[in-house]
Design a protein around this ligand. Structure first.
Ligand SMILES: NC(=O)c1ccc[n+]([C@@H]2O[C@H](COP(=O)([O-])OP(=O)(O)OC[C@H]3O[C@@H](n4cnc5c(N)ncnc54)[C@H](OP(=O)(O)O)[C@@H]3O)[C@@H](O)[C@H]2O)c1
Length: 344
């Protein structure tokens, strides 16, 4: 099969190449999926670059990636199933992550076929294209995992970075729960934020959302560019601040830890003093199951960057992500899909 192979850590155009490799063999509890579309998100970029260095010790591989084929999010058709698989059958249209657990590892999704644990796959809703379904998993799961259990009907919610890969799902999860949502992002993305349901939109270069006179019950922060003092000023009593984090593709560089981990650590240290992330409720649901239910109900949908990339263009797709020009999730089309087609 054709697959993108990563020879080492470094610039995507230098370490990635299209190659012929063996089709993987599914284990007993795995499914072999013929991939129609895959998508790109910042963690894929991190593993191709090998940055921050700590990810290499977290299972990605110290000198070079342990798994040669990058990519984690995909949608396609079940080709074959392992002998103990009960949830999927050949011919089913599915979407999901090729990895279980954290995403700082290569997952084999930028290929014509991948093996996936059966629990990591969900049926693709008929009204979603493969490209749309492939754009959902990691970003939407990160969104729900961090804020899905904290949001409630009638809350005032701010999403800083609301038009990005994770932010677009935070907005929709909050709207589905009945919250009033303020989306904060760059001026070019105001319309997009309105389209996905934001009640109010803020251009971060023109306005300061931490000066909002009504304040927020929940602030979900992807870029993490504001001081804790600014955020505390606009957080209502008993409100929650959730930091998701964004390393800006190493532009604010801490070689070992990146920029997200140090801020997370500081937040954890400050939590006992009332500024940190709220602890999880006891009845916190499984975020993957909850997200899939919202997808199945049509409550969350991805916005796609208009022009998809082909399998041979994964390095260009990662470069495009790094340049920050995307107005939606970046998709890699692996197999042909007529616009609007949705087999199964
Ligand atoms: N916490 C967790 O559980 C967890 C787990 C895994 C991964 N992650 C991390 O989550 C991050 C998710 O990123 P993503 O996919 O959402 O990235 P993205 O698509 O690049 O979105 C980030 C958005 O933030 C906007 N932005 C930049 N500066 C801003 C500012 N000063 N104020 C407001 N908005 C600003 C960007 O807009 P412009 O570029 O137009 O400025 C962009 O729309 C990744 O870095 C990933 O590593 C977190």
């Amino acid at each position: 099969m054709r697959a993108i192979v990563q020879r080492g850590y470094g610039s995507p155009d230098q370490v990635l190449e299209l190659a012929d490799v063996a089709v993987p063999e599914p284990a007993a509890d795995e499914v072999l999926v013929r991939i129609h579309a895959a998508s790109v998100h910042p963690d894929v970029w991190h593993v191709v670059r090998g940055f921050p260095l700590v990810l290499r010790l977290m299972g990605a591989g110290v000198r070079r990636p342990r798994v040669a084929v990058p990519g984690t999010d995909m949608a396609g058709i079940v080709e074959r199933v392992g002998r103990s698989v009960t949830q999927h059958s050949p011919g089913d249209a599915v979407y999901g992550e090729t990895l279980r657990g954290h995403q700082w590892k290569n997952g084999g999704a930028f290929a014509e076929y991948a093996t996936v644990h059966e629990s990591a796959l969900a049926p693709k809703p008929a009204d979603l294209s493969f490209a749309e379904a492939a754009a959902i998993p990691t970003s939407a799961y990160i969104a729900y995992d961090n804020m899905g259990h904290l949001v409630d009907d009638g809350m005032r919610v701010a999403v800083n970075g609301a038009a990005g890969g994770v932010g677009m799902f935070c907005v929709q999860i909050a709207k589905a729960a009945g919250a009033h949502v303020t989306g904060v992002d760059s001026g070019a993305k105001l319309d997009m934020m309105r389209r996905i349901g934001a009640d109010e939109v803020v251009d971060y270069a023109a306005e300061d959302f931490t000066a909002d006179p009504d304040g927020f019950d929940l602030i979900v922060d992807i870029p993490g560019n504001r001081s804790f003092d600014d955020l505390a000023r606009v957080l209502r009593p008993g409100g929650s601040y959730v930091y998701i984090g964004h390393d800006r593709f190493a532009k604010r560089r801490h070689r070992v830890l990146g920029s997200t981990i140090p801020r997370m650590l500081r937040l954890g240290l400050e939590a006992p003093f009332g500024r940190g992330r709220q602890s999880a409720r006891k009845d916190r649901p499984d975020h993957r199951v909850a997200t899939r239910a919202l997808v199945a109900a049509g409550a969350i949908r991805p916005v796609l960057e208009e022009t998809p990339f082909g399998l041979a263009e994964v390095a260009s797709a990662l470069k495009y992500l790094e340049e920050g020009r995307a107005l939606g999730k970046i998709v890699v089309r692996v197999a042909d899909e007529a616009p609007g087609s949705s087999p199964h």
